[in-house]
Design a protein around this ligand. Structure first.
Ligand code: CA
Length: 527
């Protein structure tokens, strides 16, 4: 009699615990982290930059319309691998150790990353697309990442490394399409519906060499793309800018400009022919063109191919967002859109990134989190790529370890009248001379001012007032009127170094640049 009474109580209790557990699981948000490669804010129409009218991105914009647009997300080191490692670990380059793409070795995948913390908390973790960290992904239940071209992958016939170590060549396929299809297939067919997921979808586009995919070759044909306001920079007062090899007119090569090579060239000959221009070799499509006309011709060819790659990515992202809507997943999924850094789209007369100047330093950041972030939210706080890891952990209710240097910015998006998040951010770029001959530098940016020190084999400071000179054309360092502001910024910069555990001497920093450690990727032609 006693047993018959007790048993139902135990069963009821177990059932209720089970239900509670499932409800709790169902309540945990999924994470969809979408990243492209080298996508500048000015090429996302939600930011309303100089390309917004001519080349809109309606699908990426949906994320901000339904959530938040972050105006001041910055990179801690504006190149691919180091930024990706900072996003994964929540730490600066000098802490996670992967501080340059060339000769810096590989990412130490044994360290703590946010995907590992999600996995430990019971999430399914997946990464599909560009990885670019040398070592194979760790902390993922499934991965399929670009492998060829030293991990850059190729636009056509991309080769992927899949979990378990197998290589898959996607013959006849376009990289953006494959990555989108793999992401959709995983969401539709392979995920465990009883568990929340953390899915990273990382496109190669729109990275150099900007090869448009099927159906996009004629997009923007016949349209004149406008120039950015600081297109014709003369680099006066800025040695590092003058010495960089990333000019639209001077350093785009024949392959970038899609010039058809002569018949019969193979292997090394073809490579040499294609890379003509990398070192500033003169090339013109027509000897009657003036300097300005030739620069514009090259700009139009480069920017249209870039925007064609963006358009394909935007459409692919639209399909993934549509699936979230149709499947009912959208209501409980945090969607983030970002790029590993910004990019110069003609600003300062350049392509590429690396510099602490605004167009390269800024990263796009759009995030939606239904019921938590009000649609149409705009945020201007100073954020960093190291904040992604803690923010996503925060959104999922997973404790944020104390050794993460970034901070969750989620509370800022929930509360309009919050106190300032940061007064200043620290930046550091180490790689030299390849690929674009950009002097290593570090600096500080506040809401209004920026101070940069180029130190490798020059010793020059630059100072900008971003309110009066948003294009950063006028170096105000040494102008007496700014002396006291600059002195205060130097003191704050020293403190930022201490706060971020940057304790290297100038000689040690130069050694970090000089170090050449061969990475795991097979040596192929960089693109
Ligand atoms: Ca990149």
């Amino acid at each position: 009699m006693r047993n018959s009474l007790i048993t139902p109580v135990i069963i009821t209790s177990l059932l209720s615990q089970g239900c509670h557990y499932e409800e709790k699981e169902a309540g945990r948000p999924n994470i969809l982290f979408i990243m492209t490669d080298d996508h500048a804010m000015s090429a996302i129409s939600a930011y309303d930059g100089f390309l917004a009218q001519v080349a809109p991105t309606p699908n990426i914009d949906r994320i901000a319309r339904d959530g938040a647009l972050l105006e001041n997300m910055f990179c801690t080191n504006s190149i691919s691998g180091p930024s990706r490692a900072s996003i994964l670990t929540g730490n600066y380059s000098h802490v996670h150790g992967f501080y340059k793409n060339e000769g810096g070795g590989d990412f130490d995948g044994s360290q703590q990353t946010f995907p590992k913390l999600f996995q430990k908390a019971g999430y399914q973790t997946v990464v599909i697309g560009k990885w670019h960290l040398g070592t194979s992904p760790t902390g993922f239940d499934y991965y399929k990442v670009l492998y060829n071209k030293e991990g850059q992958g190729s636009y056509f016939d991309p080769v992927f490394e899949e979990s378990g170590g197998g290589l898959i060549e996607e013959k006849g396929k376009y990289s953006t399409t494959v990555i989108k299809e793999d992401a959709l297939n995983w969401l539709k067919k392979h995920r465990d519906k009883k568990k929340p997921f953390m899915l990273m979808v990382q496109f190669k586009a729109p990275h150099r060499p900007w090869d448009p995919g099927p159906g996009y070759q004629n997009y923007l044909a016949g349209i004149e793309i406008p120039h950015p306001a600081n297109f014709n920079d003369n680099y006066q007062g800025r040695t590092a800018a003058k010495d960089a090899w990333m000019r639209i007119d001077g350093h785009l090569n024949r392959k970038d400009l899609k010039i058809t090579p002569p018949a019969g060239l193979t292997g090394g000959e073809l490579e040499k022919w294609n890379s003509y221009g990398n070192n500033g070799e003169f090339w013109t499509p027509d000897s009657t063109l003036s300097d300005a006309e030739r620069k514009d011709w090259k700009y139009q060819h480069f920017i249209k191919d870039y925007l064609r790659c963006v358009k394909a990515a935007d459409d692919a992202i639209g399909e993934v967002l549509d699936f979230l809507d149709e499947s009912g997943l959208a209501d409980n999924t945090v969607v983030v859109y970002t790029s590993d850094q910004g990019f110069f789209l003609g600003e300062h007369g350049w392509f590429d990134k690396r510099f602490m100047y605004e167009e390269s330093f800024h990263m796009p950041c759009l995030i939606r989190f239904p019921k938590h972030i009000e649609p149409g939210t705009i945020n201007n706080d100073l954020l960093l790529n190291i904040d992604y890891a803690p923010t996503l952990l925060d959104a999922a209710g997973i404790p944020i370890p104390g050794n993460i240097q970034g901070k969750s910015f989620l509370p800022l998006l929930k509360e309009k009248n919050h106190s300032p998040f940061r007064d200043a951010v620290y930046y550091h770029y180490y790689e030299y001379p390849f690929w674009h001959h950009v002097q290593p530098h570090y600096g500080i940016r506040t809401g209004r001012y920026k101070l940069i020190h180029f130190y490798y084999n020059i010793d020059e400071w630059e100072f900008y007032d971003l309110v009066t000179d948003p294009g950063e054309l006028h170096n105000l360092y040494g102008i007496q009127a700014y002396d006291s502001i600059i002195e205060a910024m130097k003191i704050r910069l020293d403190n930022l170094k201490k706060e971020t555990k940057m304790d290297k001497t100038m000689d040690e920093l130069r050694e970090m640049t000089d170090v050449q450690i061969k990475g795991l990727y097979k040596v192929e032609t960089p693109n």
